[in-house]
Design a protein around this ligand. Structure first.
Ligand SMILES: [Zn+2]
Length: 237
């Protein structure tokens, strides 16, 4: 089914343009809607509809973009602006790395706005904060903590201070892809932002697993060890 939309062109001429459908989701509240079309502007190549969200709690205006399909028919492309909903990370992650979530969400916001040339640098920065903060959380030597924070490059922090084989391998690969986002040439041509975010997500999951595992192991010592300790005779002086 097609819908006829009265539109205006650059000359102020009134036209009738055919679209397959109006946008069915508000990009600002992300609810399903049947928007009110306030105004339509057409060129030879595209059609732009100023729409109003019909939800009482939203009622915001947005623009739906259409591309010319035939002489008077247009196909829906997307709607803008898009509301950005940040990613929330667990308490374990926010406790270890208080700045990670903010940096990661800035990168995501940039990506949501189509700034794909710069958001990768943001993901790379978020990764560095997460991994360094995790390592700093694990070491006890205050001097070493300071050195890791200020002087040691991320790659060396991973190779020298992360023991778990899998988290080390994932953090290395996330760093490689993150570096591709900041350097002039790419080494991993087939990989991109999606893979970088996947790897960061896996590093996050491993860190959470390690922290929660450590917590339970500490709070619930093995009964055999308790028994052995309690049966150890007191040392004679
Ligand atoms: Zn809305």
């Amino acid at each position: 089914m097609t819908i006829s939309i009265p539109s205006v062109d650059v000359e102020g001429e009134k036209n009738s343009r055919m679209i397959e459908h109006k946008p069915d989701t508000c990009p600002l509240c992300n609810h399903g809607i049947d928007p009110v079309v306030i105004y339509a502007y057409d060129t030879y190549y595209d059609l732009q509809l100023v729409c109003r969200c019909t939800r009482l709690k939203c009622q915001k205006l947005f623009i739906a973009y259409y591309s010319c399909l035939g002489r008077t028919s247009y196909i829906y492309l997307n709607s803008a602006p898009k509301a950005y909903i940040g990613t929330s990370f667990s308490d374990e992650i926010n406790k270890i790395s208080p700045k990670f979530q903010g940096i990661y969400n800035d990168a995501e916001a940039a990506e949501a706005r189509g700034l794909e040339q710069v958001c990768g640098c943001g993901y790379r920065k978020a990764l560095e904060f997460l991994v360094k903060d995790f390592v700093i959380d694990q070491v006890e030597d205050e001097e070493l903590k300071e050195k890791i924070a200020r002087k040691v490059p991320l790659g060396k922090v991973i190779s020298d201070h992360i023991e778990d084989r899998r988290i080390k391998a994932l953090a290395e690969r996330a760093t490689w892809l993150g570096n591709d986002e900041t350097h002039y040439t790419r080494k991993w041509e087939e990989m991109g932002l999606d893979e970088l975010k996947d790897l960061i997500g896996l590093v996050v999951n491993f860190i959470v697993s390690i922290k929660i595992s450590d917590k339970y192991i500490k709070e619930m010592p093995h009964p055999t060890n308790n028994k052995a300790q309690s049966q150890t005779p007191p040392q004679t002086q």
